[in-house]
Design a protein around this ligand. Structure first.
Ligand code: GLU
Length: 294
């Protein structure tokens, strides 16, 4: 067991029930945390009320419990974290790193939605707040599964929204503040967020927070080759019978299917998975979802 502190996390947004892709991220992050002798925390990313589905927070937490995936500390709810996000925003504004932006989505349409300069327009009642990303801002990091990743954040992303014009906190700010507050050392999540990582690193640097290690797991693809997601109504996993989804996620992590072949309940499956897990078998290649065997 490594002596390096390791704090991992699973941070679902309550936009629907957990689906096989969420279980892959939950199990993958849990196994890597356990393999490192580390902690694993659950955080509810309910920072976007228009996309939050009523009952989804309780449903997701009940599903994780049924799967035997328990947070090693209190579950943090982003809806309770206003003061922390406000303080981070004030810090960035005071340092001149963030600015109020009155541009609308339509104003930025010609630039592909990427903000580099505010357009002349009448002020809005409530502007968005953005992180200024200067020309030439290139961020590199080493992904645990994919190796070196590099993004020109100025060219590809532009100035990053921190608080939206509708007054809600942007995911990018909330995730960085909370990963910092929870002392997360290792972020293991789906490859759909790979593109967000450079701007999150930039934000960590702007806030004086440490940058965790990152590992982006492969995505599960539906029959049309698209990423499964809660919001496109991927079939939810069965909380009453977790074994098929656990076996499916285990196989998608490239692990030996034989290790879970004979278990008959979730707790035993996790124990067996923890004992047999070999991180060298992880692959970055996305995986077409096969129906879960019963
Ligand atoms: N809440 C995000 C989601 O459900 C994940 C955030 C993260 O892992 O950084 O897609």
């Amino acid at each position: 067991m490594s002596m390096t502190p390791y704090v991992g996390r699973f941070a679902p947004s309550p936009t629907g029930p957990l689906h096989p892709g969420s279980v892959l991220a939950a199990l993958g992050s849990w196994l890597l945390a356990r393999h490192a002798g580390g902690q694993w925390l659950v955080r509810v990313e309910d920072v976007d009320p228009p996309r939050t589905v009523p009952g989804a927070v309780a449903g997701q937490l009940a599903t994780l419990a049924a799967f035997g995936l328990h947070s090693d500390g209190p579950v943090l709810l982003q809806s309770q974290r206003d003061a922390a996000y406000q303080a981070a925003l004030a810090q960035l504004l005071d340092a001149g790193l963030a600015f109020a932006c009155h541009c609308s989505r339509r104003d930025l349409a010609d630039q592909g939605g990427i903000h580099h300069h505010c357009v002349p327009r009448p002020p809005r009642a409530q502007p968005a707040i953005r992180l200024r990303v200067a020309p030439g801002t290139v961020v590199s990091f080493n992904d645990g599964l994919r190796g070196p990743i590099r993004q020109d954040v100025h060219a590809d992303v532009g100035d990053v929204v921190l608080r939206r014009a509708d007054g809600y906190w942007a995911y990018q700010l909330a995730v960085v503040v909370d990963d910092g507050a929870q002392g997360i050392t290792d972020i293991v999540r789906g490859a759909d967020l790979l593109d967000s990582t450079p701007r999150q690193i930039l934000l960590q640097q702007a806030l004086g927070l440490p940058t965790p290690r990152y590992l982006h797991l492969p995505l599960l693809l539906d029959a049309d080759g698209r990423k499964l997601s809660k919001s496109t109504a991927a079939a939810p996993v069965d909380a009453v019978n977790p074994l098929p989804a656990l076996r499916q996620a285990w196989a998608a992590l490239g692990q030996d299917p034989g290790a879970l072949a004979t278990v008959d309940e979730a707790g035993d499956a996790l124990r067996a998975a923890r004992a047999a897990f070999d991180p060298r078998r992880l692959s970055p290649v996305n995986i077409p979802l096969r129906p879960a065997a019963p």
